[in-house]
Design a protein around this ligand. Structure first.
Ligand code: 9WO
Length: 266
């Protein structure tokens, strides 16, 4: 897991996920970097089956909505019961997160904030909603991963866990790739290429084959800024650009003023 900064502690994060589909959540923890982080002890993850916290014969987790209307609502008692069990067995969590389209938008800075917490609990909603008392009196925050409706909160919780876990020191083999990634600096990624240098006549930009590291770094910075300007100009407002990059940005904006927008497929 590579080099650790001086004074950087090896820490682990507890993650508890409450769901009616535990296997769906297990699958998200069962592959790749997230799985390795669990194996390395950086993440202590537990998945809780909401049905285990019911007390009726049918193990009902949902019920009709007061006031009528179509669709079922997740009952409060099993969810409160699950969180109380987690508190007893795992300690008092600093964040109990409900994933829903009504939440605050989850972004990279939010991933960084959560990655500094010691214990995250996720409540995954299903059906047409979750009893409002869960939202108001149990969850400490509500997060949305984007403006669309899913069939439940599990995939959103997995998205948040994935983004958080890769930020934990030691999770990604080469720490430099976390620092260099798109968004770490508020810019989109530059284009990347691997062998062959000529694929069916499609060539890799010459500069990348030149071995001239200064020129390569410069090209990549320019490409990242160009792409961000073309696709997500609003990101440039909060990107951290040094003097040279601001210069590149001015150049690119001049270039675009000329003509030829939209005809570069990039
Ligand atoms: C379904 C529905 C059907 C008819 C009328 C209103 C309705 N609302 C919903 C709904 O929002 N269902 C949610 C499904 C209930 C909570 C869990 N579900 C969910 C979470 N869908 N999408 C998310 C989600 C979470 C985080 N970021 C984006 C989406």
């Amino acid at each position: 897991m590579g080099v650790r900064r001086v004074g950087e502690k090896l820490r682990y994060v507890k993650v508890d996920i409450i769901t009616i589909f535990p296997r769906l959540v297990d699958a998200g923890f069962g592959e790749g970097i997230v799985r390795r982080a669990v194996e390395r002890g950086l993440v202590d993850a537990r998945v809780w089956d909401l049905r285990e916290f019911t007390d009726d014969r049918h193990r009902s987790v949902d019920d009709v909505a007061f006031g009528g209307g179509p669709g079922m609502v997740l009952k409060p008692a099993p969810i409160f019961g699950a969180v109380e069990r987690i508190r007893r067995e795992r300690g008092d969590p600093p964040a109990i997160i409900l994933t829903s389209p009504q939440g605050r938008r989850f972004t990279q800075p939010e991933a960084e904030r959560l990655s500094r917490l010691s214990h995250l609990v996720f409540i995954c909603g299903r059906y047409e909603g979750v009893d409002e008392r869960v939202r108001e009196h149990l969850a400490t925050e509500e997060l949305s991963i984007g403006d669309y409706v899913l069939t439940g909160g599990e995939l959103a919780a997995l998205v948040v866990c994935d983004a958080v876990i890769r930020l934990l020191p030691g999770a990604v083999g080469d720490e430099r790739s976390v620092e260099a990634d798109s968004f770490a600096r508020g810019l989109l990624d530059y284009g990347q290429y691997t062998r062959p240098a000529d694929f069916r006549g499609l060539k890799v930009p010459e500069v990348l084959l030149s071995g001239h590291h200064g020129a390569i770094r410069q090209w990549r910075r320019r490409e990242a800024i160009r792409r961000t300007l073309e696709r997500r100009p609003e990101l440039l407002g909060s990107a951290s650009l040094d003097a040279e990059e601001q210069e590149l940005l001015r150049d690119l904006m001049e270039e675009r003023k000329g003509a030829n927008h939209g005809d570069k497929r990039d």
